[in-house]
Design a protein around this ligand. Structure first.
Ligand code: SAH
Length: 244
């Protein structure tokens, strides 16, 4: 009798262990072919269908393996039409927003681009496919290090820095374009200063709940702004976690 009870408990414990291991290693791991068809579907239905036309941007979105940039336990959700949590209270943007922000800077192989808010590294990877050099800054050390690891395995033209992106990257400035993926209430002056003449910056501006994605073009030293759509991004913060 005792032996049977012991065996039962043992079986239950082994079952629980297997379940927890399976969920941690992404229970619903898909094959590379399945991921590829999810990516093609994502580009066709979420991105092309909403008006993104730049062939190179579409190609980069079909190529970069978004599932490698999200936490393992949710990698099966990587190609969904929504943002996803990436840890530390931060999120990877919805695929369409990544494509839109990339298209509006009109990327090409000769450009040096600055990104503020590395997060998972996914936006930086898309830029690395399209531009000459990508400089990206993340304020949360853990995220920055994680992104740096995966980006250095995949690309030679991405430079990751851990620090406060409000100040930009003066040593590498000026930039042909700047993409900001966290929201300050107004455009940081150092970023405006580090943008080249005729360069474009795309940035979510405003407080939580009332942010707009804005495209700024530097013309004769001044920034000309055009609002494109209401958005929801995490706030830009300083090293003490205070909002800008
Ligand atoms: N581009 C990212 C999305 C990042 S979410 C991706 O493709 O996954 C926004 C990121 O901005 C968060 O990781 C957050 O930590 C970071 N952030 C917030 N304030 C910042 C600042 N002052 N400097 C640099 N990064 C900042």
């Amino acid at each position: 009798m005792m032996k049977k009870i012991f065996l039962c408990i043992l079986m239950v414990l082994i079952g629980l262990l297997v379940l927890s291991l399976a969920s941690r290693c992404c229970a619903r791991t898909l094959s590379e072919n399945e991921y590829l068809s999810l990516r093609k579907k994502m580009v066709a239905e979420q991105i092309e269908a909403r008006g993104i036309k730049d062939k190179n941007v579409l190609e980069a979105m079909r190529k970069v393996e978004r599932h490698r940039f999200v936490p393992k336990d949710i990698c099966h959700l990587a190609y969904g039409d929504h943002p996803l949590p990436i840890g530390e209270g931060q999120t990877i943007s919805q695929p369409y927003i990544v494509a839109l922000m990339t298209e509006v800077i009109r990327p090409n192989r000769s450009m040096r681009v600055l990104e503020i808010g590395t997060g998972s590294g996914y936006q930086a990877a898309i830029l690395a496919e399209l531009c000459k050099d990508v400089y990206t800054i993340e304020i949360i050390e853990k995220l920055g290090k994680q992104a740096q690891k995966i980006l250095s395995e995949l690309y030679k033209n991405v430079h990751v820095k851990i620090g406060d992106g409000y100040k930009g990257w003066p040593e590498a400035a000026p930039f042909d374009a700047i993409i900001v993926t966290c929201a300050p209430v107004s455009v940081p002056q150092p970023l405006a200063d580090q943008l080249k003449e005729e360069g474009k910056m795309v940035i979510p501006v405003g407080k939580a709940g009332v942010q707009h994605l804005v495209i700024l073009t530097k013309t004769k030293g001044r920034l000309i702004a055009r609002e494109i759509l209401p958005v929801r991004f995490v706030p830009m913060v300083n090293s003490k976690g205070e909002k800008y």
